[in-house]
Design a protein. Structure first.
Ligand code: HEC
Length: 251
């Protein structure tokens, strides 16, 4: 009997181990990006945010397309990727603090608010924050789907141009990596799927998109333009399929 109970509890423990850890990304970050890549992307977006917030006039121009929201959403995703990265110590700041500050900035409606919230983001990026944010975060809450799609759209155009001559393979590879990380948030955020029977298709297409972008980043770094183009085409098929079969279903 004792043995039976032991077996049962062992079974229970192993079943628990099979459950996904709450809040973790659907794929290990280390398989997608290095901490250096992630930090470089954060720095680029911080520079952009600095320009968007340089004056009240500059900020006003970002409102229509919610550009601050979009850039801050990317920072939040990259920061959470660092939190979940085994080499996170390479980043000289508390990535979870940066993530939370960036998520707060997304909601800013006035220049005054945005300026205040952006200084918290800058402080976190400079490593001056308290380190009090918890590591766990839900990937479907880091960015909004519409902003993420706009980012994907703009970046895809940049990638398409970059692919023609592949003069800056490192930059193009980082663009691919960034989109692969955003695709983690895509997979997690299923709120646009109105018919539960389509959930597996949503997952399949987000995973497909992500895997193609990961493979493309590798091909770009190896300067294999033909292979990179193949992966890019396959990734774009996932965009169209998802828009046709899920987003625009019944429209
Ligand atoms: C797994 C499904 C899926 C994939 C893959 C996908 N999309 Fe989308 N896309 C959506 C959904 C759902 C929306 C509507 C989101 C919203 O408006 O909040 C959307 C909206 C958009 C929009 C409009 C954004 C806006 O302002 O509201 C653009 C542009 C876009 N997608 C581009 C792309 C591109 C480019 C790709 C591939 C490189 C892509 N999408 C891949 C599901 C997907």
């Amino acid at each position: 009997m004792r043995r039976f109970t032991l077996t049962l509890s062992l079974l229970a423990v192993s079943a628990l181990c099979l459950l996904p850890v709450w809040g973790e990304a659907p794929q290990k970050i280390v398989e997608i990006a290095t901490v250096n890549d992630l930090v470089a992307e954060i720095n680029a977006k911080m520079e952009l945010l600095g320009q968007q917030m340089a004056s009240a006039e500059a900020f006003a121009k970002t409102l229509e397309k919610k550009e601050v929201n979009q850039a801050a959403g990317v920072v939040a995703c990259m920061a959470q990727a660092i939190v979940e990265h085994p080499d996170k110590a390479q980043a000289k700041f508390h990535a979870a603090d940066l993530r939370d500050a960036a998520v707060m900035l997304r909601a800013a409606k006035t220049f005054e608010d945005a300026t205040k919230l952006f200084s918290a983001v800058k402080e976190a990026q400079a490593g001056k924050s308290a380190g009090s944010a918890k590591p766990e975060a839900e990937w479907n809450k880091l960015t909004s789907q519409g902003r993420m799609m706009e980012e994907i759209n703009g970046r895809s155009a940049t990638i398409r141009r970059g692919l023609r001559r592949l003069q800056k393979p490192d930059e193009t590879a980082r663009d691919c990596m960034t989109l692969a990380i955003l695709a983690l948030a895509m997979e997690a955020d299923t709120h646009e799927v109105k018919d539960p029977a389509q959930l597996p298709l949503w997952k399949e297409l987000s995973v497909k998109y992500r895997s193609e972008m990961i493979a493309m980043a590798k091909a770009v770094r190896a300067k294999d333009t033909a292979k990179a183009t193949e992966h890019f085409t396959a990734a774009n098929e996932a965009c169209n399929k998802c828009h046709e079969q899920i987003r625009d279903k019944g429209k």
